[in-house]
Write a protein that binds this ligand. Structure first.
Ligand SMILES: [Zn+2]
Length: 318
């Protein structure tokens, strides 16, 4: 049971982090915003920063470097959308100098954060509307929360948007920990440049392709499609909900009409639905990682794997 191991390891990290916070700030939850923002560097302790799930963890590691004490709420191998928070995680959020999250991914986190000590990465970028069939599937909002916010929250799958998030995060960390402001801004600039390079690789790699339509099991790739001029047709918005037969036959029709050769599935979700659809339309399946959980490498290597998978599936020649 890999996830059991990961959970207990994460719990240990969280426990250690809570001790540090207690030593550094006393009763953090009761502080006023005015005293809470500037006191971190005076004591010499690193500011506590909480990341909600993997892509935000990655970007916070890059920008925060060794100047922050980082914890992540979602353990590796766990689907972040249905995360429930324990008492300790709620208190970690309350004690943190900053919680980095995306409103609309995890309702429990949305409820736990305080406006003055959190950074909603979705506010840093131009968002896209939630999936076009969100209204047809009335059950989708129960676990996924997309309809509540009205936009598609999967912004990290566009490297250019994630670069903007890195820059804004650098500004937020600089404000929270003035003693290291320049270091945060420097690392943010480096991270944005790295993501800019990745963005160029995608632009070039997906510029000359036979097909432009992505059929995905989990409708998570809207920003990637938007950025690189592809069209996403998602089977379901919520990775854990079975699509209706009507939705399946609708997607099958589109897939046939557009000559789709590959139906994309993902590691944390059963491939059954994608396999059924693939056999109906005579296509293969391939894994495209929505990066909602930690990959075996990191954000950059997993995105480069995604690019290769897309190039093969779409018949790209660049
Ligand atoms: Zn998702």
């Amino acid at each position: 049971m890999m996830s059991g191991f990961s959970r207990s390891r994460a719990a240990g990290l969280l426990a250690g982090a809570a001790l540090l916070t207690t030593a550094a700030c006393g009763s953090g939850a009761a502080e006023t915003p005015a005293s809470g923002s500037a006191q971190t560097s005076a004591s010499g302790a690193k500011p506590e920063v909480v990341a909600a799930f993997y892509p935000l963890q990655w970007v916070t590691e890059q920008v925060g470097g060794s100047d922050v004490q980082l914890t992540t709420l979602t353990a590796p191998g766990v689907e972040p959308h249905d995360l429930e928070l324990g008492v300790k995680q709620v208190s970690d959020i309350q004690n943190a100098a900053l919680t980095v999250y995306i409103k609309g991914v995890q309702p429990a986190v949305d409820d736990a954060v305080a406006a003055d000590k959190s950074f909603d990465a979705a506010t840093a970028v131009t968002t896209l509307p939630a999936g076009e069939h969100a209204e047809e599937e009335g059950h989708a909002e129960e676990e996924h929360g997309h309809e509540e916010v009205g936009y598609d929250p999967h912004i990290w799958l566009d490297p250019s948007r994630l670069a903007t998030v890195a820059t804004k995060l650098g500004e937020r960390l600089a404000a929270a920990d003035a003693a290291h402001a320049q270091a945060y801004k420097d690392r943010a600039a480096q991270t944005a440049a790295t993501l800019g390079t990745l963005d160029q690789e995608f632009t070039k790699g997906l510029s000359t392709c036979m097909a432009k339509t992505l059929v995905t099991a989990h409708e998570a790739f809207g920003y990637l499609a938007d950025r690189y001029k592809l069209k996403q047709v998602g089977i379901t918005l919520d990775p854990e909900t079975e699509p209706s037969p009507a939705r399946l036959s609708e997607v099958a029709k589109v897939a046939k009409a557009e000559g789709v050769t590959t139906i994309f599935t993902e590691a944390l979700v059963s491939p059954k639905v994608a396999e059924v659809l693939a056999s109906q339309v005579g296509a293969k399946t391939a894994v495209l990682d929505p990066l909602e959980s930690k990959p075996s490498g990191d954000y950059l290597s997993a995105m480069r794997d995604n690019l290769k998978t897309l190039q093969t599936a779409l018949g790209c020649t660049a």
